[in-house]
Design a protein around this ligand. Structure first.
Ligand code: GCU
Length: 603
């Protein structure tokens, strides 16, 4: 029989859980960079909370309590605390935080002038890894789970002119009921890793909008743009206009009782987005109180047998894989400059395609890819040891994929949603992913679905030379993709001469990973492991093998740049870095970079 105190504690915790589950549902604000915003980036105070007492302990940190007088006991002080830079992971800002896994509470104080009854106010986070507790002026607003997608909470009724106090607890503690699960081959960058902003909107504002080309009109002189937009409002009916000056479009959108407007627009002379010609149109969405502008490209991506068709024409995806990390700064990428650095390298390599592995990257890189004409593969970290039997994990996948699609739907460059990476085809995993694929298609039928399946046959001890790619989920996907590491995790590079892969269905095939490690500057013969020469030889043999794959429509070799990973601890070679990059963390190209560059030049 539980004693009274324990029952009170359990009741209190139950209240908190209910409270979050209600208040934790946040609003989605598309195109956050084009809103009326105040950046909250910069120096934030922080307090380490290794024993997780910051919220329910003897001194809740989010209350920002200060001593009343000299006799008063308060055992923490944000005012005297040290600072962390936001956006940025905490790991490489302080030596003592490099491998820190736990909770850190951040505080930002700010004034806000001209607060108006006719406005609404939101605190918006580009991403925070992994679990965030957001509080404002001493009130808990709610929790958000997921390390790579945007979220926001409304603070309209709490904001004041002076000394607003935004306190956020972020935990990067890993757990097997999360996405990703506990073990990954990348660094667990913790904290407020992307922009934080205060967004001000009218009482009724444009929450989200989705525009795309109606594929059925692709070959018509007059093409159709179809779309949907949603308002979030507290006031009466709204007039909403969609304006595309270059196409002479000015259309009033009718908003229904559910605050949604569906529309189609027939347009002449619509230029289609492509890598060769990344045409973007300036669109405006206007109400009497608000004007949102965006730059959107229109294109059709489809498959036909073993071909991928962009705007009706077959295209080969000359790709490369990429983590969301600025290796020189040893931090999560979080700026346009970071995006420009890596996409510049991809362009130099001869790429028209980049796999944004293994989680949603920063929004800047998706928008920059639109401008540079680089197609993208995007994915959630449904990676390795996911707890497929757990319904909460499935809900997390739904929530995170919905947030990703909300954020990137209008980006022409994004052409593929991938639903998993290297997971064993158990019945629970198959059912989870088939359901997820169906959910994604209901949200977005303008992109193709794939998944990075199967490791190479050498690991599976497969005897035959030709390895048939077969995974139960492939029947539900548009593109068959697989990771193979012949010459690295199985056999030597010469093994590639005896083997090839073939798809068990009439669908396009992408090699979503292959590669090998090399320490930049270590030269030897082509059979000396970890030398640049071995990596170059491995690329030569694999690329020759890929030329024998019937229906090969693209590839994203692993990986553009060396990246941080606690799994990689070989002294004087890895030292906490995965060395499969074609470029070192200092930005120096390895020999294999030029092997792939030459191969793409001929594609
Ligand atoms: C796997 C995995 C990657 C990993 C790579 C490697 O295929 O998908 O995340 O980094 O292999 O072993 O380097």
């Amino acid at each position: 029989m539980l004693n009274l105190n324990k029952r009170i504690v359990i009741f209190y915790l139950l209240l908190i859980t209910i409270f979050y589950s209600v208040r934790g549902q946040n609003v989605f604000i598309a195109n956050s960079q084009n809103r009326n915003l105040t950046s909250l980036n910069g120096k934030w105070k922080y307090i380490i909370d290794l024993y997780e007492t910051g919220q329910t302990g003897f001194m809740p940190l989010y209350m920002n309590i200060k001593p009343k007088d000299k006799t008063d006991r308060v055992e923490y002080s944000f005012d005297q605390a040290r600072t962390l830079w936001v956006p940025g992971s905490w790991n490489t800002q302080k030596p003592e935080l490099y491998y820190y896994e736990g909770t850190i509470w951040y505080r930002k104080t700010f004034d806000k002038k001209d607060i108006s009854e006719d406005k609404r106010y939101f605190v918006y986070f580009g991403a925070a890894n992994y679990l965030s507790t957001v509080t404002f002026n001493g009130k808990i607003l709610g929790k958000h789970e997921g390390g790579f997608t945007p979220f926001c909470f409304e603070v309209t009724n709490l904001i004041k002119e002076k000394e607003n106090c935004l306190i956020v607890g972020v935990s990067n503690t890993r757990s097997n009921d999360q996405i990703p699960a506990k073990v990954t081959d990348w660094f667990n960058h913790g904290g407020l890793i992307r922009d934080v902003k205060l967004i001000e909107t009218p009482a009724s504002f444009i929450s989200n909008y989705f525009l795309s080309l109606d594929k059925s009109t692709l070959n018509n002189k007059i093409k159709t743009i179809k779309g949907r937009l949603t308002l979030n409002g507290k006031t009466g009916q709204q007039k909403v206009w969609l304006i595309i000056p270059e196409l002479k479009v000015r259309k009033e959108i009718t908003i229904d009782a559910s605050w949604t407007g569906n529309f189609t627009i027939d347009v002449k002379h619509l230029g289609l987005w492509s890598p060769e010609n990344p045409i973007l149109y300036t669109i405006s969405i206007e109400t009497e109180n608000e004007k949102i502008q965006d730059r959107i490209g229109f294109r059709a991506i489809e498959t036909k047998g073993k071909q991928i068709l962009l705007n009706g024409k077959p295209i080969f995806l000359r790709g490369i894989s990429l983590h969301d990390e600025n290796p020189v700064r040893r931090d999560r990428a979080n700026s346009v400059d970071d995006a420009r650095l890596v996409l510049g390298w991809a362009k130099e390599l001869g790429c028209n395609f980049v796999r944004l592995a293994h989680y949603p990257h920063q929004e800047n890189i998706v928008r920059l890819a639109d401008e540079m004409g680089i197609m993208l593969w995007e994915e959630l970290p449904l990676y390795w040891g996911i707890d497929w039997d757990n319904p909460n994990v499935y809900q997390k996948a739904i929530d995170q994929y919905s947030a990703l699609i909300n954020r990137d739907f209008n980006r022409a460059s994004s052409i593929i949603w991938s639903i998993t990476n290297e997971t064993a085809p158990t019945p629970a995993r198959n059912q989870f992913l088939i359901s997820l694929a169906e959910h994604i298609r209901t949200l977005d039928n303008t992109r193709l679905l794939s998944a990075a399946c199967k490791k190479d046959q050498a690991e599976d001890g497969h005897p035959d030379n030709d390895y048939t790619l077969s995974d139960p989920i492939m029947g539900y996907l548009d593109i068959i993709s697989f990771n193979e590491y012949l010459g690295w995790y199985g056999g030597l590079p010469a093994e590639c001469r005896k083997k090839t892969y073939k798809a068990s269905m009439d669908k396009p095939v992408i090699v979503s990973e292959f590669g090998g490690g090399a320490l930049q500057g270590f030269y030897a013969d082509s059979l000396t492991r970890w030398s640049e020469d071995y990596q170059a030889y491995l690329y030569k043999e694999n690329l020759a093998m890929f030329d024998r794959i019937d229906g090969l429509a693209g590839m994203t070799p692993w990986i553009l740049v060396d990246f941080m990973s606690p799994l990689r601890q070989l002294p004087d070679v890895q030292d906490g870095w995965n060395r499969k990059g074609l470029i070192s963390e200092k930005g120096i190209k390895k020999k294999a970079f030029f092997i792939l560059q030459e191969f793409y030049r001929k594609k």
